[in-house]
Design a protein around this ligand. Structure first.
Ligand SMILES: *[C@@H]1O[C@H](CO)[C@@H](O)[C@H](O)[C@H]1NC(C)=O
Ligand SMILES: *[C@@H]1O[C@H](CO)[C@@H](O)[C@H](O)[C@H]1NC(C)=O
Ligand SMILES: *[C@@H]1O[C@H](CO)[C@@H](O)[C@H](O)[C@H]1NC(C)=O
Ligand SMILES: *[C@@H]1O[C@H](CO)[C@@H](O)[C@H](O)[C@H]1NC(C)=O
Ligand SMILES: *[C@@H]1O[C@H](CO)[C@@H](O)[C@H](O)[C@H]1NC(C)=O
Ligand SMILES: *[C@@H]1O[C@H](CO)[C@@H](O)[C@H](O)[C@H]1NC(C)=O
Ligand SMILES: *[C@@H]1O[C@H](CO)[C@@H](O)[C@H](O)[C@H]1NC(C)=O
Ligand SMILES: *[C@@H]1O[C@H](CO)[C@@H](O)[C@H](O)[C@H]1NC(C)=O
Ligand SMILES: *[C@@H]1O[C@H](CO)[C@@H](O)[C@H](O)[C@H]1NC(C)=O
Ligand SMILES: *[C@@H]1O[C@H](CO)[C@@H](O)[C@H](O)[C@H]1NC(C)=O
Ligand SMILES: *[C@@H]1O[C@H](CO)[C@@H](O)[C@H](O)[C@H]1NC(C)=O
Ligand SMILES: *[C@@H]1O[C@H](CO)[C@@H](O)[C@H](O)[C@H]1NC(C)=O
Length: 616
């Protein structure tokens, strides 16, 4: 039956709007510093043999992934390649990506039944000057215009149907659907997929299990940073090094944990390529930074079209690179446009990457998290409720004292307002919020800290007895590192003060569950019920999990000869996967580490609250 929309007139108004949509830069204070020129290749390509953007079949293969919308015909001039959903308060943000601009402001038609998409919402487009631009890349494999349409004032826990109409050469999407978040206080059980450090290589088992979880009704996915590993585009041009887990040379590949080595690693090294720190594709998926983003996002369409996909920043989102290999081959390429050459280590600066590949630029455009709507900042820090739980995304990369990515104020000497080129580093980023009086050593000076305190203080535990926080960086691990002290000093007292139940992280590429820990890593023995059951949420301790095992080109982390500390309850350095977090009711939640190879669970943990009082 054909349903005639009452708003038909309004819809045609949108369709007829003659105003070409103008893509606007990021709405916040996004700022890429260009005081010193970029002097590298027009398009850095992580392949010495095949220095073309599209590939000619002689170097590393260029992978392809299907776009979100299959074009209606073969002479395609524009296309919707990625669609992803995220929560905003009382609604959903529909994000979609095209290589070229649209005729009008982005639009979504929607309604409560697939045959009745009578409501229409319009949004805004953002863009950045990506390297290379989409005019150089295949139309169905490239994103440069990022459209965000907010559907708000929706009913909670309700399925809505929507369609993205055709515009400037794109094909209209099929009728798709999503389910809104449950209202805070809704007491029904639900499950969340939690994953960290994914990328592409080694993540195929995780991907399969994630898709399975979606078909079983997982409510949403929460990805704690290190998303596409786009910055590993250059792993195929870095010579092997003994401290790097992967050495691909086509005949005798090393991967942590030893054999079996996936068959793809037996692909012969293309003639002229160096044995390298990458995989058979050279980079994670592609040898171009931006194409890695495009292809990873397209790969993930099968999830992001169906469930909200919430993200937070990790170090791999910061810029086009974060370290160099022997002889600083990358530095020579980026700074001097010299292939297979060398350069002094000190020359790897903030200005080494093309301007569009610095300061979380791709990350800021390719996602739309509810920072603005929840008092936070952009895709960096924000919170949201779902049923019995309050979820808090923390930025563990920038915007706290001694953050792993440095703000310029920390590079500069006290007599400078900005650092010189040589004083910067390739991953310098942020701050994305304010630092009062530039007092970068003080927790309280940071907008993020002020927000976190206020956000935790305002949680109504009678509605959301569970509070779960995540950032990319762990506070503790048997793999001890100095950033852990900095993350603790910034956030641990607040999380304890407000009785946060669990702190999730990634960054280290393994699964590690810690005993319940109080301030400075004291084991709260009274909160250990047994090996697989902890009491939580009483402010005396927090349950910490490092969930960094989704799989990525860097493969598993290994402890080597270092000891397993007594804070570690479970350590798995071998299986890829993700975790399912189920909130059964106000006093019981269960955490299950799903192994990517389909052989079941690598760990199971029950969290119990001694008491919780729900409002009716
Ligand atoms: C990064 O962007 C933010 C605005 O979003 C700006 O305040 C900051 O100075 C930039 N940092 C660097 C290192 O470019
Ligand atoms: C429409 O798409 C074409 C490419 O097919 C592009 O050149 C043009 O800029 C787009 N129009 C707008 C308004 O962005
Ligand atoms: C959706 O459309 C209906 C009528 O077609 C209207 O009553 C309702 O307010 C609209 N909802 C929103 C959130 O705009
Ligand atoms: C293919 O799509 C283009 C752009 O939308 C359109 O101009 C053209 O007429 C279409 N061709 C066919 C055969 O439908
Ligand atoms: C997409 O996800 C569905 C479950 O939601 C799954 O059945 C299907 O196999 C997935 N497709 C691919 C290509 O993985
Ligand atoms: C790959 O490594 C093995 C073991 O180190 C070595 O014997 C072999 O020659 C290497 N192959 C190439 C192409 O470098
Ligand atoms: C700033 O101080 C440094 C030492 O901290 C000194 O080397 C440099 O010359 C000073 N620069 C200016 C412009 O005064
Ligand atoms: C935790 O360690 C910090 C120094 O890192 C110290 O100042 C503080 O007193 C310690 N707190 C507790 C409760 O042990
Ligand atoms: C608890 O775990 C420890 C170490 O992992 C193990 O030795 C012990 O047998 C376990 N206890 C029970 C009751 O499973
Ligand atoms: C139990 O709940 C009450 C009321 O919400 C609260 O005051 C008390 O601190 C809670 N006790 C524990 C151990 O969490
Ligand atoms: C764990 O080890 C630390 C030293 O690393 C020690 O201070 C602490 O007492 C130990 N805790 C337990 C419960 O054994
Ligand atoms: C909460 O859920 C758990 C797991 O399903 C169950 O064992 C427990 O009885 C439930 N508690 C309440 C108060 O319903």
């Amino acid at each position: 039956m054909l349903v005639v929309c009452e708003l038909a007139l309004g819809l045609s108004l949108f369709a007829l709007s003659a105003d070409a949509a103008v893509a606007i830069p990021f709405q916040g204070k996004r700022d890429v510093d260009t005081r010193y020129p970029y002097t590298g290749p027009a398009v850095p390509i992580g392949d010495w043999v095949d220095q073309t953007v599209k590939g000619n079949g002689k170097g590393f293969p260029r992978l392809v992934e299907p776009p979100a919308v299959k074009p209606a015909n073969s002479t395609v001039t524009n296309n919707v390649n990625v669609i992803s959903l995220s929560y905003i308060p009382n609604g959903v943000n529909v994000h979609y990506q095209t290589p070229f601009g649209l005729d009008a402001n982005p639009t979504v038609h929607w309604g409560l039944s697939p045959s009745n998409l009578c409501n229409s919402s319009t949004g805004q487009t953002v863009s950045y000057d990506r390297t290379p631009t989409c005019s150089a890349v295949v139309v169905t494999q490239c994103s440069q215009y990022f459209h965000n349409v907010q559907l708000d004032n929706l009913a909670a826990d309700t399925t809505y149907y929507y369609q993205i109409p055709a515009s400037n050469g794109t094909t209209a999407s099929q009728t798709l659907s999503f389910k809104t978040a449950r209202a805070a206080g809704d007491q029904k059980a639900f499950t969340v997929a939690v994953l960290n450090d994914m990328g592409y290589t080694n993540a195929h088992g995780t991907y399969q299990q994630l898709n399975q979880a979606v078909s079983e009704g997982v409510a949403f996915a929460w990805h704690g940073g290190d998303i596409s590993y786009a910055d590993d585009w250059y792993s195929g041009i870095l010579p092997c090094e003994s401290d790097w887990p992967v050495c691909y040379n086509g005949t005798s590949t090393n991967l942590p944990g030893g054999p079996p080595i996936p068959a793809e690693y037996d692909a012969p090294l293309p003639a002229g390529e160096l044995p390298n720190q990458g995989g058979p594709q050279g980079g994670d998926m592609s040898v171009l930074y931006e194409s890695n983003w495009d292809l990873w996002q397209q790969w993930m369409n099968n999830l992001t079209l169906k469930i909200p996909y919430m993200v937070l920043p990790g170090n791999h989102e910061a810029s086009c690179g974060e370290f160099d290999g022997p002889n600083n081959i990358l530095t020579a390429y980026l700074n001097d446009d010299k292939t297979n050459s060398s350069a002094p280590k000190s020359e790897l600066t903030y200005y080494s990457c093309p301007p569009s590949q610095r300061n979380f630029t791709a990350y800021q455009n390719r996602f739309r998290m509810p920072g603005t709507e929840t008092g936070g900042v952009g895709n960096f820090w924000y919170s949201f409720d779902y049923g019995l739980a309050h979820f808090v995304s923390i930025d563990g990369e920038t915007d706290f004292p001694y953050s792993p990515e440095w703000p310029f104020v920390r590079d500069a000497t006290s007599n400078e307002t900005l650092p010189t080129e040589a004083q910067t580093f390739i991953t310098d980023s942020g701050p994305f919020g304010d630092i009062d009086a530039e007092n970068w050593k003080s927790n309280e000076a940071y907008q993020q800290w002020q927000w976190l305190k206020q956000d935790l203080a305002s949680v109504d535990r009678t509605k959301t007895p569970w509070i779960i926080a995540m950032s990319h960086r762990p506070m503790y691990s048997s793999q001890v590192s100095s950033y852990q002290t900095d993350v603790r000093d910034a956030f641990e007292p607040l999380l304890l003060q407000y009785g946060v139940d669990a702190y999730l992280a990634g960054h280290i590429h393994w699964y590690e569950r810690l005993f319940p820990l109080g301030r400075n890593g004291t084991i709260a023995s009274s909160n250990i019920v047994n090996n697989n059951t902890y009491y939580t949420g009483d402010g005396k301790s927090i349950t910490h999990v490092i969930n960094g095992m989704a799989g990525n080109i860097e493969s598993h982390s290994t402890l080597g000869d270092d000891p397993v500390l007594n804070i570690t309850a479970v350590l798995n350095q071998r299986n890829y996967g993700f975790s399912k977090f189920t909130f059964h009711n106000a006093t019981t939640a269960t955490w299950q580490y799903v192994k990517g190879d389909g052989t079941g669970y690598g760990d199971q943990l029950t969290l119990l609250k001694k008491n919780a009082t729900l409002s009716r």
